[in-house]
Design a protein around this ligand. Structure first.
Ligand code: X2X
Length: 345
């Protein structure tokens, strides 16, 4: 039976609707398809344990997915023009897919991450592990997730030691008036102000030039960073092993990207991150003694603190806890302190 003009029009518009619906469906399927390559941001490249942690993750994921999931590392914070404190926001907004990042660099966006920067909270590696592997670590991962990024595993940058170009530092008074490069949240300003120093917030990209020209007198970084970046070559002749804090690394994926992976691939990405993190933590801890020897051989004067000297630094920085515990969260700080007190050694 031939269609009336009205029926014909209705059919046409229905067909159009179906076509439109199918194309919407199709494009959403297409957008949920995996990318050819995922960007992975790091600050430090492959010469450092940090970069090696990212390399390992990429390698394991490629291998275990039979080449279906490919990730490419962009080091030196290049995806955020060198400003490492923007890495977390860039991941959240979808500009960066994944990262292996330091708790220091993400602390401006995730206040809970300042926990690790509380001076002298963690006396040894067992203390770091007690926090990251326990309830406090879980609470921190939840806080990261709530802010738009899915954390998968922990890695390690290391205990941060203090270097400078001017003098031996073995008591707070030695820091008086020294210009110290710091990065991350204002917590570091508070710590170094409490010690009488003159802290300046600066990216890693700007740090070495500033040390070279003498714009700053000192800096703090793990021994591996001091060694590989050859910080001794820019006049940093004095190194104090004060272990005042350590920054764990976090392997993470932007939530938007995470939700596009199948549950099986999410599990694959996570297990690979856990394995890469464990591998890197063990490796970087095992290399430490040798690294310190190398640094000493280059003529850097290394100072170890007696218990009394150490206590003087602890005492001088107590005020940082008063200011920052409310910002980090009283419960989280208590949980972490308890984990440290009950750690197995
Ligand atoms: O900038 C630093 O000091 C570094 C490389 O250790 C971090 O990204 C926190």
């Amino acid at each position: 039976m031939p269609l009336t003009k009205k029926e014909g029009l209705m059919l046409k518009s229905k067909t159009l609707l179906v076509v439109a619906a199918v194309s919407v469906l199709f494009s959403s399927v297409v957008s949920a398809q995996y990318k050819d390559e995922y960007t992975v941001s790091t600050v430090l490249p492959s010469a450092f344990p940090w970069g090696q942690a990212a390399d390992k993750w990429v390698e394991l994921v490629k291998e275990r997915s039979d080449g279906r999931i490919n990730m490419k590392i962009y080091s030196n914070s290049q995806l955020v023009s060198g400003d490492q404190t923007k890495e977390f926001s860039a991941m959240r907004s979808g500009l960066i897919d994944m990262a292996v990042g330091s708790t220091i660099n993400w602390s401006p966006q995730v206040p809970q991450l300042n926990l690790f920067s509380l001076p002298f909270l963690m006396p040894d590696y067992a203390a770091i592990d007690a926090i990251t592997q326990g309830d406090a670590g879980d609470a921190i991962f939840e806080a990261i997730k709530e802010r738009g990024v899915t954390p998968l595993a922990w890695g390690e940058n290391g205990f941060r030691e203090l270097s400078n170009s001017q003098r031996v530092i073995d008591e707070p008074a030695d820091l008086d008036g020294l210009k110290i490069r710091v990065v991350g949240s204002p917590l570091f300003q508070d710590t170094f102000n409490a010690l009488g120093a003159n802290p300046t917030q600066m990216s890693w990209a700007d740090a070495k030039p500033a040390l070279t020209t003498g714009a700053v007198d000192g800096q703090e970084n793990p021994l591996s960073v001091f060694d590989v970046a050859r910080i001794d070559q820019v006049g940093q002749n004095y190194l104090t092993l004060w272990h005042y804090m350590a920054d764990p690394l976090v392997f993470a994926v932007s939530n938007r990207i995470w939700n596009q992976f199948s549950p099986e691939d999410q599990a694959l990405l996570k297990q690979a991150a856990i394995d890469a993190g464990q591998w890197e933590i063990e490796k970087s801890r095992a290399e430490l003694d040798e690294t310190l020897e190398k640094i000493k051989e280059r003529g850097v004067q290394v100072t170890e603190l007696t218990d009394a000297q150490h206590d003087a630094f602890v005492k001088a920085t107590k005020s940082v806890y008063d200011t920052w515990t409310p910002k980090i969260g009283e419960d989280l700080v208590d949980m972490a302190k308890e984990a440290v007190a009950n750690r197995s050694r």
